[in-house]
Design a binder for this molecule. Sequence first.
Ligand SMILES: Cc1ncc(COP(=O)(O)O)c(C=O)c1O
Length: 384
Amino acid sequence: MKGIFPTGKFKNLQTPFYFYDTELLRETIRTAVAEAAKYNYHIHYAVKANANPQILGIIRESGLGADCVSGGEIQAALNAGFPADKIVFAGVGKADREINLGLDNDIFCFNAESIPELEVINELAESKGKTARVALRINPEVDAHTHHHITTGTKENKFGINLDQLDAVLDTLQSLASVRLIGLHFHIGSQLTEMEPFRMLCSRVNELQQKLADRNIRVEHINFGGGLGIDYDHPDEQLIPDFKEYFELFHTHFPAYPDQQIHFEPGRSIVGQCGSLISKVLYVKEGSVKKFVILDAGFTELIRPALYDAHHEIENLSSEEPGEIYDVVGPICESSDCFAKQIELNKTDRGDLIAIRSAGAYGEIMASQYNCRRLPEAYFSDLL
Ligand SMILES: Cc1ncc(COP(=O)(O)O)c(C=O)c1O
């Protein structure tokens, strides 16, 4: 699918860089918004997936809220113009200054993960004469069947309040006058490619609503988090994830109270497919048992393969010659700096442009300057 890249316009740009297809991003958002609107569901984009200011600007224009996991993300969302009353703040370790930032800006909700955190939010809110809206992030004990580094909803994980601790948390809340419980929050993991864990999440939340009802508690908001996966293996076959199936599943399996507001926090599914990492081939090195394509991009620009053994499709944008088998690696002084092993690419030479696909989520935002490298530029299809 070389056709989707304006390679002529890439010639004078310094590699490596991120390239974002803004039309695809807009189309993805339109689809997500239209499918969610069928059920009056609210979407808060998970800023952690990509906080590039232009990307945030496009997402904000479409009316989505922002899901943040740090003070820095709250600030990035505010800078991009997200209204504070559409910002939610999760995270297992919120620092006092981050909580204060949220309180000072009257963000919509703190997704609280423990009793000590609730106590600190209460204390800080009280000192400002405010009442903080909180949702309890519950660990629903649902296995997301995804990579162990990105599964979050089981007892073993550091995230959330475990089900057997919920009563104690609710008891504590009664003594905290400066926090108001408005909802429940869940996030079971990322890059879920099966729908079954989401269905299990729904039944868990149904049970929990019942448990709360037994204590005469009825929350106004349920937040199901993010996690919808994208097709890394065949990006062109499914450029836009199946939001229809996703939201329909929640509608079918989670009967909300009539006045209850339902929220989601997709990150990857919104921005994943619109971004590619564009790199140049520095060398083709013939080893004694294999050939290496050595790129000028490494895990400093896209860490997912090194961190999660993640697969990204790789294309040679400069060659139409018959395929050969290569390991595609970066220049970083670590053996883990490898994008793919023994894959077929059109015969590759020094200077060829390479696209690493599906890099819009957890790519640029996780870039580092390890080895004293510069952070790469980002370019946008409508601005080139
Ligand atoms: C609390 C929370 N919400 C939303 C997300 C976004 O997840 P995804 O990018 O898989 O949609 C994450 C990511 O891990 C998260 O931790």
